[in-house]
Write a protein that binds this ligand. Structure first.
Ligand code: ZN
Length: 251
């Protein structure tokens, strides 16, 4: 199994990071750790030295603003399979036009880096799907990627799939009803993720999510909704992760 979006690079794992890494490796789970700022991107790269671990570098729209030019030196490092997470999040600053413009500009810079370094994008979107769709259609066509932690409508899912994007699903599917979206999204376009330490499935009797604990329940719920086996979900979505992130280059 491949957890295509985790944050073992964040300080939530400072106390027992090595233990969690070895639990993932023992469970046969590969992990893409995703940066949210310069420092966590650097730490994701450090973790990519572990077997079955990969990194994505980017500046999250909600992180304290930093110069995105700093990412250029990181993108050359071994194990960096994607640019992100980047994207739009208007949940907190929905009424600040200047902030919306800042996030959109930052997303465009990430897209330029993705194009230049030939990496896919990991895109975060919260309460900003209409604006994201405008950008993806007008400015970013041709840069492949995943809309991680998909939380939009059925129509928005269809449009994103038509534009060629993958949709990432995690423990959010236990909190928000995405059954219809999952039913109508072909498995060939889905990626599995945990967004650890966030979004623990309810079956996990703890606050902190982790790949070896939180990925399996997501796979099983998707298998149940699609009326197929968990093994089929794993086979196909692992292949998707290999295709999008070209993981064979890094193994
Ligand atoms: Zn994330």
């Amino acid at each position: 199994m491949i957890d295509t979006h985790a944050h073992l690079n964040l300080e939530d794992f400072d106390q027992d990071r090595l233990k969690i890494i070895s639990l993932c490796q023992q469970s046969g789970i590969k992990v893409i750790n995703v940066g949210i700022d310069y420092q966590s991107s650097q730490r994701a790269i450090d973790l990519a030295q572990e077997k079955g671990f990969y990194a994505s570098v980017g500046l999250h729209p909600n992180s304290t603003p930093e110069d995105p030019a700093s990412l250029i030196t990181l993108l050359d490092q071994p194990g960096v399979v994607a640019v992100g997470e980047t994207g739009l999040d208007f949940y907190r600053q929905s009424n600040d036009p200047a902030e919306k413009i800042r996030q959109q500009d930052l997303l465009l810079i990430h897209a330029q880096l993705a194009h230049r370094f030939q990496r896919p994008m990991i895109i975060h979107c919260r309460q900003a799907y209409p604006e994201l769709l405008v950008l993806l259609r007008r400015e970013l066509s041709g840069v492949p990627g995943v809309i991680h932690s998909f939380s939009g409508s059925l129509d928005e899912a269809r449009i994103l799939l038509n534009l060629g994007y993958y949709l990432g699903f995690n423990g959010l599917i236990f909190k928000q009803n995405l059954d219809e979206v999952i039913r109508s999204t072909p498995l060939e376009r889905m990626l599995m993720e945990t967004d650890s330490p966030f979004l623990s499935p309810p079956s996990l009797d703890q606050n902190r999510n982790a790949p070896h604990l939180g990925l399996r329940p997501v796979v099983e719920k998707i298998a149940f909704i699609k009326q197929i086996s968990a093994a089929e979900v794993i086979d196909l979505t692992d292949k998707n992760a290999y295709d999008l992130f070209q993981l064979e280059k890094y193994d």
